[in-house]
Design a protein around this ligand. Structure first.
Ligand code: ZN
Length: 417
């Protein structure tokens, strides 16, 4: 059976083409996609999908790209989708990206030509140690690279082109989904599940070669409002209760050596204030609450409320309102009910000659929300490293393994179906 190889360098050519298209998303924009320029890349992807024979490829009004690789087997199989996102992070400029290929990397520090202060040092990027002899792609020093997640796009497109061309490679119906605005947490807000028409899928948006992530945080958001008592400051004795000071006291009462991002790692959760705003009369704080189990998440929310109540007893004329809302949930709870999805993912990585690393992420993915929308969806490596920064890099050889993994997943579901 044919195996995917990047013999004519089409993989890096595709990646470089996508990386040069400016697709930064904008959290302050209310539209979907948040920036119109993301549709420029979507249009390129649709055109390329049609060129390889995916005739139903289309971009919808919200900038989502859909396409179908038809089944070429008689077996009745589940419909699998592969998903990557088109936007890049607003944390670092993505305008005028100039990708550079550093061929046959030899362990040297990579100095980027457009800003000599930006150096990708082997000592600070431990994963580079596994890349000796490989071809590394970086940006030029003034922007991010956008391998997060254009590496994933290039890999899915290469796998799609391979499957469309090599008809002897058997698979069921494969759906492709490219989303806008993942970096601002809206990647699946407007996804049309009916149009997608899949049973489960895989996001191709992970970091290190061989990684498969089946566990994410469970996440709540909390809004705390304090209603104080305002008076003229010259006549405030015994009357004023400043909402600003009450809120400050609450924040100061939260633990500093635990339950906070600065003091936690691995499977530990936290309560984290992300913004405050206030006057004497009224003050407000937003928090994110994270943990790997829903029970812990609930107990952190309760702990926050207890802390608030304790401080409020010192301010009898003031009041508060605490509103806690779910954001996303640990995908493991869903994936554990469908163990083959991760098992076959692991087998696909092994068949590509790579040691699989099953791991958890201290964050969320599009897959965390898709899993709860009824589409179980672990995250597979795309090979992106040091993302959201000017030091971002990806290796062509890792990307090639990701393409093989995608193809293998399609084949394994057919073989075992
Ligand atoms: Zn990403």
């Amino acid at each position: 059976m044919s195996t995917y190889t990047n013999f004519n360098k089409s993989l890096e050519q595709r990646f470089i083409k996508y990386a040069k298209i400016y697709t930064q998303s904008d959290p302050n924009s209310p539209t979907c996609p948040s920036t119109l320029k993301q549709k420029n890349l979507a249009a390129v992807l649709v055109e390329e999908l049609q060129e390889i024979g995916i005739s139903d490829a289309e971009m919808d009004d919200n900038g989502y790209v859909y396409g179908t690789i038809p089944s070429n087997t008689d077996k009745q199989l589940p419909v699998i989708f592969f998903c990557s996102h088109m936007d890049t992070s607003p944390d670092c400029s993505g305008e005028n990206v100039k990708p550079i290929i550093h061929e046959k990397y030899q362990g040297q520090d990579l100095v980027l030509p457009d800003d000599n202060h930006i150096v990708i040092k082997l000592a600070e990027h431990q994963d580079l140690k596994q890349q000796i002899g490989n071809d590394i792609i970086t940006a030029s020093g003034t922007t991010l690279l956008g391998a997060d997640n254009k590496a994933g796009l290039a890999e899915i497109m290469e796998a799609a082109a391979f499957l469309m061309k090599n008809k002897e490679v058997k698979h069921g119906t494969i759906k492709l989904l490219f989303t806008p605005d993942e970096e601002i947490g809206r990647g699946v807000d407007k996804v049309d599940l009916k149009k997608l028409g899949a049973d489960f899928g895989y996001t191709i948006d992970g970091e290190t070669l061989g990684s498969i992530e089946d566990e994410t945080f469970s996440a709540d958001g909390a809004t705390l409002k304090i209603y104080g008592v305002s008076t003229h400051p010259g006549f405030a004795k015994g009357k004023m209760e400043s909402a600003i000071k009450i809120l400050a006291e609450i924040l100061d009462s939260l633990p500093k050596d635990a339950l906070t991002p600065e003091a936690t790692h691995q499977k530990e959760g936290f309560i984290h204030p992300v913004s405050i705003n206030g006057q004497v009369e009224e003050a407000e704080a937003h928090f994110i609450i994270r943990d790997f189990t829903d029970e812990n998440l609930v107990s952190h929310g309760r702990f926050l409320e207890e802390t608030v109540k304790k401080v409020m007893t010192n301010y009898p004329k003031s009041s508060y309102k605490l509103n806690i809302k779910p954001q996303y949930r640990n995908m493991k709870q869903v994936l554990d009910q469908h163990p083959k999805i991760v098992q076959y993912g692991i087998e696909a990585i092994e068949r590509a000659g790579v040691v699989p690393k099953q791991q958890s992420i201290r964050g969320g993915t599009d897959g965390s929300r898709l899993s709860y929308m009824g589409l179980p969806c672990p995250n597979i490596f795309a090979g992106e490293h040091a993302f959201h920064s000017k030091q971002e890099w990806v290796s062509v050889q890792d990307m090639e393994k990701a393409v093989q993994t995608i193809v293998n997943i399609a084949c394994i579901w057919e073989e075992k179906g």
